[in-house]
Design a protein around this ligand. Structure first.
Ligand code: ADP
Ligand code: MG
Length: 481
């Protein structure tokens, strides 16, 4: 196979908007090969459109360079670049027919009439709308309008086609159809596509290469398989497909503790390193209760057509499993994961996190204990109205049964006590590591949840302790169920 050369390259590209000083794109580096299908994937507001606009020439980078075939193009106006863009809002001229919409750019360039006719006919064939020249835009379906928008970009014979969420306005069925068509159009034309979407499934099915973005930064660049199988951080893992994500710690050579058990793994970090473990639902195996690394109770079973989606509760931990084997709600089961299916990455922080419930009179509860704090501290901006209902800062009514609170607390803010009935939760010390000026402990609680606690004093393995958590050291995040 011939080696493909680079058609476009972004080198350290950043964009700060002058009006608000906001850095929408931060040090973006990318090489796109000729003929590749590259997708920018990320949540709304992560800088996808801004990056595309800089490639097209509608925006100028504040830093860095954009090279086309090895030469800088940041000084070139959009119409001098062999690049065309298809936008989500098709931006067709509603008062013109299909022919005039597609021919518009060519007429501006004073292309000969017979050439225009031939080219329009050709691109209409490409998008499977031959004979539509005389149709009015208003008589076309959404899918057909989108094809016209694509035809209008293709008629300029660009080297690179930029597509900014082009299928966003279509319904699911139409979107799936157009995905396949765009992919086959790409294969047929052999030109380079740079595609933007926030839909991970769309990115995985269409692309040769995916650029996962978050908050203006590229998180990972790779093939769909790379991104899916070897996410480099918890953001990518969470964004691409469904994942079980646990906080934990390395407890020895190729051993990691998370989700209330000690698992063998193939990624090694120093003992005591705080980690995030990612396990795909299809990689969790259900065993007999005694044969797994952890045990739990089947909480829900949903048939999804080809597989079952099963949720198992192990204490407070929730594990999602995809399997072709059925299970019964209420069954006690064991769970195991092959070491190579456990993806270990460095944790960004060491924060303990747990879910607390809101009871009907809007008090916070965990493990049968009250967390004494006020409603406004738990849900910033919330108010109790005269009729007794509670609304959040946006004025939306909060129903106690429909929300829960994610509580975060740092390891150094939890205090251990040997008064075994004291504290919010009790457990036993299952690991301890000396960290130079303090010890870092893992407390395995009755709720199967592990807590990381830093303490200057030396405690013993298997000591039973209560965990005191000062409410003023907690931070609260509202989560809707
Ligand atoms: P995406 O396409 O990934 O949804 P955008 O590239 O459109 O994201 O926007 C990234 C961020 O930059 C957003 O927070 C957006 O509000 C901001 N932004 C976009 N355009 C401008 C602008 N012209 N001036 C100021 N901020 C902008
Ligand atoms: Mg956008």
């Amino acid at each position: 196979m011939e080696k493909k050369d680079t058609i476009i390259e972004l080198r350290g590209v950043s964009k700060v908007f002058e009006d608000n000083g906001f850095k929408a794109v931060d040090n973006f580096n990318l090489e796109v090969k000729r003929g590749e299908f590259v997708t920018f994937l990320g949540p709304s507001g992560c800088g996808k459109t801004t990056t595309l606009r800089m490639i097209a020439g509608f925006d100028k980078p504040t830093e860095g360079d954009i090279l086309l075939n090895g030469e800088s193009i940041v000084g070139l106006p959009p119409y001098r670049r062999p690049i065309n863009t298809v936008f989500q809002r098709y931006a067709l001229f509603p008062h013109m027919n299909v022919f005039d919409n597609i021919a518009f750019g060519l007429r501006q360039k004073k292309t000969a009439k017979d050439v225009i006719v031939r080219k329009v006919k050709h691109v209409l064939e490409l998008v499977d709308l031959e004979g539509f020249e005389e149709r009015g835009i208003g008589t076309l379906s959404g899918g057909q309008q989108q094809r016209i928008a694509i035809a209008r970009a293709l008629v300029n014979e660009p080297e690179i086609l930029l597509l900014d969420e082009p299928l966003g306005a279509l319904d699911l069925k139409m979107r799936k159809e157009m995905q396949l068509e765009l992919k086959s159009m790409h294969d047929k034309l052999g030109i380079t596509f740079i595609y933007v979407t926030h839909d991970q499934e769309e990115a995985l099915t269409m692309s040769d290469k995916i650029v996962v973005m978050s908050e203006g930064r590229t998180q990972q660049i790779g093939t769909p398989e790379d991104i899916y199988n070897e996410p480099v951080n918890a953001f990518v893992a969470d964004f691409i497909g469904e994942s079980n994500i646990f906080n934990g710690m390395m407890t020895g050579h190729l051993k990691a503790r998370f989700c209330g058990g000690e698992f063998s793994c193939v990624d090694d970090y120093e003992e005591g390193t705080h980690i995030t473990a990612v396990v795909r639902p299809e990689d969790v195996e259900i065993t007999k209760p005694g044969e797994g690394t952890i045990t739990g109770v089947v909480d829900s079973v949903i048939f999804k057509g080809i597989h079952y989606e099963i949720t198992v509760l192990s204490g407070r931990n929730e594990i999602v499993i995809q399997t072709v084997r059925n299970a019964t709600v209420g069954d006690r089961v064991g769970l195991r994961v092959d070491p190579e299916n456990i993806h270990i990455m460095l944790a960004e922080d060491h924060t303990n996190k747990f879910y607390a419930d809101i009871n009907p009179d809007f008090r916070l509860e965990y493990n049968g204990h009250r967390i004494e704090t006020s409603l406004t501290k738990i849900i910033r901006g919330s108010k109790r109205r005269e009729d007794g209902t509670v609304v959040d800062a946006a004025g939306e009514v909060l129903e106690p049964g429909r929300v829960r609170i994610l509580v975060s607390i740092q390891p150094q803010d939890i205090e251990m006590t040997d008064d075994q009935d004291a504290g919010l939760v009790q457990g036993t010390i299952s690991n301890l590591i000396y960290k130079g000026d303090h010890y870092s402990y893992i407390i395995h609680t009755e709720l199967e949840q592990d807590f990381v606690v830093d303490d200057e004093d030396l405690w013993n393995m298997d000591d039973r302790v209560g965990l005191l958590m000062p409410v003023d050291k907690m931070t609260f995040t509202l989560k809707r169920k």
